[in-house]
Design a protein around this ligand. Structure first.
Ligand SMILES: *Cc1c(COP(=O)(O)O)cnc(C)c1O
Length: 451
C-alpha cells in the first residue's frame, strides 16, 4: 500500500486545534485577551466610536514603534493607499508603477485620481517588484512607484530607491503584508517617501477594518489629512501654504476616519506585536529549515542574517519547482497535501493587468477605458512583458501560518510535505495538470463565520 494518504495511507497531520484566539491554537489569529476587550469596551461604553482621541494616541505609538514622524489612521488600508497616492502628488494623467501580482487595493484607486497604473513584473524568487524590469517602465509621466512587500517578503528597496532617485519619482510602500518587518535593519514603511498598510482582521497586524499611513514628509502628511479627514484639516494643524485657505472640507470628498474601536484594539495589539511576530518567525523558520534540500520546493523567505525578516509572515507561501518532480502540477501536489491533512492550495493573487478593470471598463463614462482616460498613451500596451506575473500561480502554494513554535505540531506538516515530495512519482499518473489561471483576484479568505 502507498504511504500517501491520497491512496489510503495514514495522514501525516493529526493536529486538532483549540479554535480559541487566546494563543492556545497553532493558527488562530489575532490573539485577543481581556486587555483588548477592556480597551474596546471603554470606547464603546462612553460613546467614543467616532472620535479621534484614541486614534491620535494610537498614531503616536505607531510612530514611536515604526520610526516615522507622522502617522494617520484610516478606515481601511485601501483608503490609506489612496491618501498616500494623493499625498505623493498623484493626479490626472500621472502614471503609478505597481507590480501586477498584488492585492487590487495596492493601486486600483489610482484610477479614481485620474491617474493610471503601469504594471511591472515581479521577481520569481522574491515575488516582489523586479528592479531589473522596473526602470524600463519609467516615463516622463511616472509620478510614483508602488512597492509591495508581497507575502511578507521585503522588496529590494536599495535598488528601487536608487532608480526612483535617479528619475525623481516618489516611492510608496504598501506594507499591508509586512507590518513591522525589516529590510537590512530598517523598518519597512520608513524607507520610501510614504507608506500605507491595511490593519484589517485577516492581516498580521489585525485590529479590525482599519488602515494607517506613515511618512516623514510634512506636506505628504497634510495632503493625506486634507484628502479624507476633514475634521483634522484645520488652520492650527496645517503648515502647507497652499492648503491653508482650504481647511475645513475634505479635498477628496472622502471620509476616511478610523473607527476608534479599532484604534483602541490597535493600542493593545501594538504592545505585544513584535513579541508575537518573533514567535511566528521562529516557527516558520523551523518549518523551512526542516524542508531544506527537499526537491520540488523552496522557501519564500529572506536570510535573517542580512538584517531583513519576514515580519509576521502574513499569507505564507512556498515556491514550487515542478521541473524537479518530472513536471507534476502544483494542483496535484496540493491535492496530495490536503489528503495528508494540510490545507494547502495552489496559486496566489492573479495578475491584475489581466482583469477587465484594467482593460475595458469605462467606470466614469469617459467614452474610453478608465485606465487610459487621462493617459497620453495606451499604457495597456506596456503589459506585454509580464511573463513571470502571468505564470507565477503554477509555481506557488500557501503553507501553514504557524503562530506558535511547537515543534511536534510543525513536524507533522513538515512530514506531509516530505512524504508528498518523496512519493511524487505515484502522483504523476492521475495528474489533471494545472488550469490556465491559478489563484484569485481576491485570493485570501479572511472571512470568519459567526458561530
Ligand atoms: C489587504 C490589502 C490592502 C487593502 O487593505 P484593506 O484594509 O482591506 O482596505 C492593500 N494592499 C494589500 C497588499 C493588501 O493585502
Amino acid at each position: 500500500m502507498s504511504e500517501l494518504a491520497i491512496f489510503g495511507g495514514p495522514k501525516a497531520v493529526t493536529y486538532v486545534g483549540t479554535d480559541k484566539n487566546d494563543g492556545s491554537d497553532m493558527f488562530k489569529w489575532p490573539i485577543i485577551t481581556k486587555e483588548d476587550e477592556d480597551a474596546v469596551l471603554e470606547v464603546l461604553r462612553r460613546g467614543g466610536m467616532s472620535g479621534t482621541d484614541v486614534t491620535k494616541e494610537f498614531e503616536k505609538e505607531y510612530c514611536a514603534w515604526s520610526g516615522s514622524k507622522y502617522a494617520l489612521g484610516t478606515c481601511n488600508g485601501t483608503a490609506a493607499l489612496l491618501a498616500a497616492m494623493y499625498g505623493a502628488g498623484v493626479g490626472r494623467g500621472d502614471e503609478v508603477i505597481c507590480p501586477s501580482i498584488t492585492y487590487w487595493a495596492s493601486c486600483t484607486s489610482a484610477l479614481t485620481l485620474g491617474a493610471t497604473v503601469v504594471f511591472a513584473d515581479i521577481d520569481p524568487v522574491t515575488l516582489c517588484l523586479d528592479p531589473k524590469k522596473l526602470e524600463a517602465k519609467i516615463t516622463n509621466k511616472t509620478k510614483a512607484i508602488m512597492v509591495v512587500h508581497y507575502l511578507s517578503y521585503p522588496a529590494d528597496m536599495d535598488e528601487i530607491m536608487a532608480i526612483a532617485k535617479k528619475h525623481n519619482v516618489k516611492v510608496i510602500e504598501d506594507v499591508s503584508h509586512a507590518q513591522g518587518g525589516l529590510y537590512k535593519g530598517r523598518k519597512l514603511g520608513t524607507i520610501g517617501d510614504v507608506a500605507a498598510a491595511s490593519l484589517m482582521a485577516g492581516k498580521s497586524f489585525a485590529i479590525g477594518e482599519a488602515g494607517i499611513l506613515q511618512t516623514d514628509n510634512r506636506e505628504i502628511y497634510e495632503r493625506a489629512i486634507a484628502f479624507g479627514t476633514y475634521e483634522r484639516f484645520t488652520a492650527d494643524a496645517t503648515e502647507t501654504e497652499y492648503l491653508k485657505p482650504l481647511v475645513g472640507l475634505p479635498l477628496g470628498g472622502h471620509k476616511h476616519r478610523m473607527h476608534q474601536l479599532s484604534s483602541a484594539c490597535g493600542r493593545v495589539q501594538l504592545k505585544y506585536y513584535d513579541e508575537r511576530c518573533a514567535e511566528i518567525r521562529k516557527a516558520m523558520n523551523y518549518f523551512w529549515d526542516q524542508l531544506e534540500g527537499v526537491p520540488g520546493i523552496r522557501a519564500h523567505r529572506v536570510d535573517e542574517k542580512t538584517g531583513s525578516n519576514m515580519a509576521g509572515w502574513y499569507a505564507a507561501h512556498g515556491l514550487y519547482i515542478p521541473e524537479e518532480l518530472e513536471g507534476l502540477s502544483v494542483t496535484r501536489f496540493c491535492e496530495a497535501l490536503r489528503a495528508e491533512g494540510a490545507p494547502i492550495g495552489p496559486g496566489c493573487n492573479l495578475a491584475l493587468h489581466t482583469h477587465g478593470v484594467y482593460n475595458t471598463a469605462d467606470v466614469y463614462n469617459d467614452g474610453k477605458p478608465t485606465r487610459i482616460a487621462f493617459a497620453d498613451k495606451d499604457v495597456r500596451e506596456m503589459d506585454k512583458d509580464l511573463e513571470v506575473s502571468e505564470n507565477i500561480g503554477k509555481r506557488v502554494y500557501n503553507i501553514p501560518w504557524f503562530k506558535k513554535f511547537d515543534k511536534e505540531v510543525i513536524d507533522q506538516y513538515v512530514n506531509a510535505f516530505k512524504k508528498v515530495c518523496a512519493n511524487y512519482k505515484e502522483l504523476l499518473a492521475d495528474d489533471p495538470g494545472d488550469p490556465e489561471k491559478l489563484g484569485g483576484y481576491h485570493f485570501f479568505n479572511h472571512s470568519k463565520k459567526s458561530k
